[in-house]
Design a protein around this ligand. Structure first.
Ligand SMILES: [Zn+2]
Length: 154
């Protein structure tokens, strides 16, 4: 976002909140050049970041894709659809609030892993084994061990 005072292009988001109209988000930004603050109003469908894929191509953030990935990981598991949708909402909201223009696809993968870790162990391992493409059984076992140890600490 170009600073209206000094035209610098770098800023940080200091506050994000929905405006009266649900489709618009109000953001307070602070210019990293001159330090002055300004407000922007952004349409919800324009503020989600572009996703940078491994090969460098960009594609728009795709909620449906994340939802179907989570559903697939949770298939035949006792996970209500409601829980999956809430997890996707949370991931989407966090990206909106981060206010970045582009993010690597690994950020989304990591967020999905973190969500599944709390939702269902089997779904987590399913997703992780594909996403991280474990090189061998030992690596997978190490991941499982971490998971069990984390659970025991809770
Ligand atoms: Zn400025």
């Amino acid at each position: 976002m170009r600073c209206p005072f000094c035209s610098a292009l770098e800023d940080r988001v200091v506050d994000t909140r929905p405006s009266d109209n649900d489709q618009v988000i109000r953001r307070r930004r602070e210019c990293t050049g001159c330090g002055r603050r300004f407000t922007t109003y952004e349409r919800v469908d324009e503020i989600l970041p572009m996703v940078i894929k491994k090969d460098g191509r960009r594609e728009p953030f795709d909620r449906a894709k994340i939802l179907s990935g989570l559903k697939k990981a949770c298939s035949k598991r006792p996970v209500p659809l409601d829980v999956i949708e809430k997890a996707v909402d949370k991931i989407e909201r966090e990206l909106e609030e981060a206010g970045e223009k582009e993010i690597p696809s690994s950020r989304i993968g990591d967020a999905v892993m973190a969500a599944l870790r709390d939702i269902d162990d089997v779904a987590y391992v399913r997703f992780a084994s594909v996403y991280r493409s474990f090189r061998d059984v030992n690596e997978l076992m190490a991941e499982l061990r971490n998971l069990v140890e984390d659970r025991e600490r809770k």
